[in-house]
Write a protein that binds this ligand. Structure first.
Ligand code: T1G
Length: 694
């Protein structure tokens, strides 16, 4: 049993002991019931304490059991809570560190609750696309009132226990030893005559419940756009207010069962686990010793270098910032300061914190000042010759054991490592612009990169609040390699009959933050142009549409030149469809004898998304990514893929690889079909009726 039972002078202590966070899995649930019954049958026991071992009271239902028979096997959490609440002897929940989801619901079933300060109290189910399914929508409003409860349930945000001291949730918030306080509290209430208080018997007082609930509905409209759960949370609370506890509980159960099956909830749970799975590298043991990273150096104070430096100083790690010229260094520092001033203006950073962070930067023009750095990240010009000079110099000055990282987005990390005599200390750290904002960090593992270097940078990524995904060495790593196929399809579709605004609208309706043409205008069409020119030399056999080259030859690089795929007005970032471009596209089709046809939104979405899926399957087959969820995390955190669809690989599973394969074969038989080389893995999995994420 994942539960310990001990007795202390008339008090039974039931301790949840199911590391890492006392998830309420079947064995834990059964253990609690056994403990409650054992205490009922022991005349020496006058009261019961329920508490958690390790780093949590309880992190809630064991989400690894979701959609498995164990999740609904008795005793379910609802049954456990009913037994706790029905105990004749008083049950005292003693909460520390974390009481979330089902963990908080369990505590709400107890007669009394005491807590240590600093505990995270939450009902985060809505973030998993579900709602509290074990009475939370009924008991929390009775414990802390309608408004506070609705805020917690709909936001899923944690509140610190001391902030809830007078909310009605806790009988005491104790400063000293929680275990001792719990025993003393239990002895006190154990001496009292029953029956002991039940949260379910409290009333929900509110002067205008219907009005507040309507207000809550209006407030969630935005965040609930693609997610059904927030509204269901409000429905369940409303049911309890209108029809009483038992009817409310019944309705909550119905809502839970409906939500847990939704693709949105599946996607959110996939992202939750995918985020954690990404930090696990199959051949790097979890206990691999890590190197100490106390001080970092960044080479290059441009847009990327400055943003990268901010990540580390935000985490309190001092940074030595190296540039080749004083004015570049001054400009870089001024940009960092300006970024922080904007954050201060938004009220998200105290003015004194700004100066503390700026003080963590040591600007320099000399490589010699890098000799103490534990990690050196270069963000210099994206050209192998420049990288060679930098890494040869680093090899001379960096101390032994320093990690040497390149922020390259397209160059071969193995070639860069070979510029040094310590390839085992070289790794790629591909930040995404703006580097101090984007969560995604591609960690590019060279063939010689040492395992402790990988373990170190994965741990450091967590500290600087990045979602780090390990990629092998290939052109474009994971994200850019896939987006290249996506853009190829977008360009072919212009040749075949579509227009930029139509393609963007279709994929933005699918849920992408920004379509390929608006994105390209934002990033600069000349960036893609340079990459294509390199491609034409490296892969002369690869068939690309030249339509984007023609746009660049017109000098239409996007927002920065006032026109790209779209027209722009000065000071206005709105993308206006361009007659000039539409005419150019028509001309181009004529020049290439491409018969234009109407292309529907479904084809647009399939060709863009399945191009990602097909390349992702090849990335998996080549071992560039170790798991499909890693690829999904790249797209969810770095490329604006809609969270409610879970990433390209999960979306393909939702569509069914059988259907993905058929669609790809269909496009392969059409004009420009040579771009569709079906990844063998898709056909193999489809034949077995399986998905990437099984
Ligand atoms: N079940 C199983 N494993 C869990 C878990 C859970 N609820 N929560 C975390 N883990 C694992 C996680 O995968 C990781 O595993 C390890 O614990 C450490 O997590 C009926 C149905 C609790 C604040 O949504 O917010 O209750 O990678 O790295 O930063 O109404 O985990 O080590 O193998 O995040 O210290 C509702 C989700 C469930 C809480 C700890 N509960 N968890 O943060 O560690 S639904 C949640 C968190 C529910 C009821 C419904 C955080 C944390 P591994 P971590 P952390």
């Amino acid at each position: 049993m994942a539960v310990d039972y001990t007795t202390h002078d008339g008090v039974a202590v039931i301790t949840l002991n199911n590391p890492p966070v006392n998830g309420l899995g079947l064995s834990t649930r059964a253990g609690i019931v056994e403990g409650i019954e054992r205490a009922q049958n022991d005349p020496a026991i006058k009261a019961i304490v329920l508490t958690g071992a390790g780093k949590a009271f309880s992190g809630g239902a064991d989400i690894t059991e979701f959609n498995t028979p164990k999740a609904t096997q008795e005793p379910t959490l609802a049954t456990v809570i009913k037994i706790v609440e029905g105990s004749v002897k008083p049950v005292v929940a003693a909460i520390h560190s974390v009481a979330m989801g089902g963990g908080l619901e369990l505590a709400l079933g107890a007669h009394y609750r005491i807590a240590a300060p600093g505990a995270q109290i939450a009902l985060p189910e809505v973030k998993l696309g579900i709602l509290p399914g074990a009475g939370g929508t009924q008991r929390l409003p009775r414990a802390i009132g309608l408004e506070a409860a609705l805020n917690m349930i709909v936001s899923g945000a944690p509140v610190l226990s001391e902030k809830l001291a007078d909310s009605g949730l806790f009988d005491e918030v104790v400063q000293g030893d929680l275990a001792e306080a719990a025993l003393a509290f239990a002895r006190k209430v154990g001496a009292k005559e029953g029956p002991h208080p039940k949260v379910r018997e409290r009333k929900i007082e509110h002067p205008n419940a219907a009005g507040f609930i309507q207000f809550a509905r209006n407030s969630v409209a935005g965040i609930a756009k693609n997610f059904p759960a927030p509204h269901k949370c409000i429905d369940a609370v409303e049911a309890g207010v209108q029809n009483g506890f038992d009817k409310g509980l019944e309705f909550e159960r119905e809502c839970f069962i409906a939500l847990v099956q939704t693709p949105e909830s599946h996607a959110l749970r996939h992202a939750f686990f995918g985020e954690r799975a990404a930090s696990k590298i199959p051949d790097v043991p979890a206990d691999t010793p890590v190197r100490d990273i106390s001080t970092v150096a960044v080479i290059g104070a441009g847009t990327m270098g400055g943003g990268i430096a901010m990540n580390f100083i935000n985490a309190g790690i001092p940074v030595t910032l190296l540039e080749t010229r004083q004015e570049a260094l001054d400009r870089g520092l001024a940009t960092i300061r300006k970024n922080y001033e904007a954050t201060v203006k938004k009220g998200k950073l105290k003015p004194e914190a700004l100066e503390q962070r700026m003080a963590l930067i040591t600007p320099t023009l000399s490589y010699d000042d890098l000799k103490h750095a534990d990690l050196i990240v270069e963000a210099v010009f994206e050209e192998l010759g420049v990288k060679e000079q930098v890494f040869k110099r680093l090899d001379e000055v960096a101390k032994p054991g320093a990690i040497l990282a390149s922020n390259t987005s397209t160059l071969d990390v193995d070639k860069i490592a070979a510029f040094t005599k310590r390839p085992q200390d070289v790794v790629g750290l591909h930040f995404f612009s703006p580097a101090n904002v984007m969560k995604l960090l591609e960690v590019v593992r060279g063939k010689d990169t040492a395992k402790d270097v990988l373990a170190t940078v994965m741990k450091l990524a967590k500290k600087i609040r990045k979602t780090a995904v390990v990629s092998g060495v290939c052109d474009g790593f994971i994200g850019n390699r896939m987006i290249e196929q996506y853009i190829r399809q977008a360009l072919f579709m212009l040749e075949e009959g579509a227009l930029p605004a139509q393609v963007d609208r279709a994929i933005e309706k699918f849920g992408f933050a920004m379509g390929p043409f608006r994105m390209s205008d934002l990033a600069g069409n000349d960036i893609g142009w340079a990459i294509r020119k390199r491609r034409y030399l490296e892969h002369p056999d690869m068939h690309y549409s030249k339509i984007a080259d023609r746009l660049c030859e017109m000098g239409r690089f996007g927002q920065k030149t006032g026109g790209g795929w779209y027209d722009y007005k000065a000071g206005d970032r709105t993308a206006y469809p361009s007659n000039v471009v539409d005419e150019m596209i028509g001309e181009f089709s004529k020049d290439t004898n491409a018969a234009r046809r109407k292309i529907g939104d479904e084809e647009i979405v399939e060709r863009l998304v399945f191009a990602l899926v097909n390349e992702g399957a090849k990335i998996l087959e080549e071992g560039i990514a170790s798991k499909a969820s890693d690829i999904d995390m790249v797209y969810l955190t770095g490329y604006g893929f809609p969270l409610y669809r879970g990433g390209p690989m999960l979306y393909a599973d939702t569509v069914g690889l059988y259907n993905v394969e058929r669609a790809i074969r269909r496009y392969a038989a059409r004009p420009n079909g040579d771009a569709w080389q079906l990844a063998p893995g898709i056909a193999e999995l489809a034949a077995k009726g399986r998905g990437f994420n099984d």
